[in-house]
Design a protein around this ligand. Structure first.
Ligand SMILES: Cc1cc2nc3c(=O)[nH]c(=O)nc-3n(C[C@H](O)[C@H](O)[C@H](O)COP(=O)(O)OP(=O)(O)OC[C@H]3O[C@@H](n4cnc5c(N)ncnc54)[C@H](O)[C@@H]3O)c2cc1C
Ligand code: SF4
Length: 481
């Protein structure tokens, strides 16, 4: 073992510095500064090089973390990059937005022994950002072009990862997306301060340069049915994500200025990209000078409150029906929101929205926590007579997402879905009940994580290749017979 490693007893944990709160609240730029090279080397050298690396086991992509940390500590960054990208199609994205506290870093052995985890995510980001800077990130070079084509519906991380892997096999790949830009939630959901858009755009450009064809503003179900698309391609991947916002059924829900989280975030992301957005430009979806109430406690709610802060809201409140310890969102993101001045009103649930035409106030009930429910979290119970009101010019609902009715939308009633509406697949072949139609990402798992979408996209590519080559072999055999 190199003497460069196992330094966790001598070197303490240091994350890249966060920008000062006062400054970062004023813009949409990412909040963490880059590591400098010496720091990245130093922090990598803290890794204890475990025989059984729990970080790797708990990374959905089984990234070879101990090895790329060792290479970084030795200053062999290009080798570290090659290794890191061999299991991950966008390591710089995961390094930025994976909830590492629940995945790799949360399971780091030196974290368990009280020394503070190796800062795996930040180092992963550093390695790949350096690789981009140095020109080591290259488009796919196809050794042998194949005639078979695959159509991918959805250009989120699942679709993009699958496309890149299929292209490496030599397939002709077309990605269809109903949005005007590729990237799915990476581009229109996740805000800039977590993931700057140029990071996503340089990835999608790389895929274009790899020969992947993008057909944008193309909605499957509207522009073509699933069956029409199936005729054009040898296989199809459905990677459409989940977009149906969950509703709050309380009096006053029909008042104006109550919006689902994605409307608010998409408008903000589009403005950041320089688009004209009528509902933002006329002030409706702009939080500036307003009392904002966000309902929900997940990562999307955190993105909304922090976006509202940056849009210079007068006040930003987050209503959550459980307490801080029982929030579903990443503790890191909640901490960032608190630092940025968001007012968390724990143990509250909206009872009514009040106002003449537009929402003016939210009446809330206080909650107490009862016994744990099926999810293992304590069940919130409303307290009678505990109501109080708070002012609200704009209410943002962030209660999670369900799948749209894909069989109906796609004109493919036979496509099998689960009781939650997610697409059913054979977990080994990743194929749906329709031959040659595969599915991956949130539309199979329900709302999940980018890193799982990438994993699914990669697995789907392997299965699609197998499906097409089996078909090819069968054709050859039949022809020979
Ligand atoms: C606000 C927000 C913040 C998040 N933050 C994080 C985070 O910090 N870290 C993390 O790991 N995860 C985060 N997530 C979750 C993560 O973004 C998703 O799990 C991931 O993007 C799912 O990838 P996907 O490829 O399955 O779908 P998506 O990214 O949703 O992409 C699906 C694509 O399919 C397209 N599409 C849908 N229907 C059609 C159709 N009929 N025809 C053509 N195209 C269609 C859509 O336009 C979209 O581009 C966040 C999610 C949200 C909403
Ligand atoms: S992909 Fe995510 S979970 Fe895996 S090593 Fe990177 S940050 Fe950790």
């Amino acid at each position: 073992m190199t003497d460069k490693m196992l330094k966790f007893t001598d070197i303490s944990q240091e994350t890249p510095p966060k920008r000062e709160t006062i400054k970062r609240k004023k813009d949409f730029s990412e909040i963490y500064d880059e590591y400098i090279e010496t720091k990245a080397k130093e922090q990598s050298s803290r890794c204890s090089q475990c025989g059984v690396p729990f970080c790797q086991i708990h990374c959905p992509l089984s990234n070879n973390i101990p090895d790329w940390l060792k290479l970084t500590a030795e200053g062999r960054l290009e080798d570290a990059y090659k290794l890191s990208q061999s299991t991950n199609n966008m390591p710089e994205v995961c390094g930025r937005i994976c909830p590492q506290d629940r995945l790799c870093e949360g399971n780091c052995v030196i974290e368990q022994s009280g020394h503070g985890t190796v800062t795996i995510g930040s180092i992963e980001k550093y390695i790949t950002d350096t690789a981009w800077e140095k020109g080591w990130v290259k488009p796919v070079v196809v050794k042998k072009e194949l005639k078979e084509s695959v159509g991918i519906i959805g250009s989120g991380p699942a679709g993009l990862a699958c496309a890149e892997e299929l292209r490496k096999f030599g397939f002709q790949v077309t990605i269809y997306d109903r949005y005007d830009r590729p990237g799915g939630l990476l581009i229109y959901g996740i805000p800039n301060f977590k993931l700057e858009k140029n990071i996503v755009e340089r990835r999608t450009k790389l895929l274009k340069d790899s020969g992947i064809n993008f057909v944008l503003n193309f909605e499957v179900g509207k522009n073509k049915s699933l069956y029409e698309l199936k005729k054009k391609h040898d296989a199809i991947l459905i990677a459409t994500g989940v977009y149906k916002a969950r509703e709050i059924e309380v009096p006053g829900s029909n008042l104006k200025n109550i919006f689902p989280a994605m409307d608010f975030l998409t408008a903000s992301n589009k403005k950041g990209l320089g688009d004209k957005v009528d509902l933002f430009d006329n002030g409706t979806l702009n939080a500036e000078g307003k009392d904002i109430v966000v309902i929900g406690g997940g990562d999307t709610a955190m993105d909304c409150v922090r976006t509202a802060v940056r849009q210079k809201a007068k006040s930003v409140k987050c209503l959550y029906r459980r307490d801080k310890e029982n929030m579903p969102g990443s503790a890191r993101e909640v901490g960032n929101a608190i630092e940025e001045g968001v007012d968390f009103v724990w143990l509250t649930s909206p009872k009514k929205f009040l106002g003449k035409d537009k929402v003016e106030e939210v009446e809330v009930n206080k909650m107490i926590l009862g016994e744990p429910d099926q999810s293992g979290r304590r069940k919130p119970i409303s307290q009678d007579g505990s109501e109080f009101k708070m002012p609200a010019d704009l209410v943002i609902k962030s209660l999670g997402f369900d799948p749209e009715d894909i069989p109906n939308l796609f004109g493919a009633e036979e496509l099998a879905v689960s009781k939650w509406g997610t697409i059913k697949i054979d977990l080994r072949s990743m194929q749906t009940n329709l031959e040659g139609v595969f599915a991956a990402g949130d539309i199979v798992r329900g709302a999940s994580l980018v890193v799982w979408a990438i994993r699914d996209g990669r697995d789907a590519a392997v299965q699609i290749e197998k499906f097409i080559s089996d078909k090819r072999k069968k054709l050859k055999k039949d022809f020979a017979a």
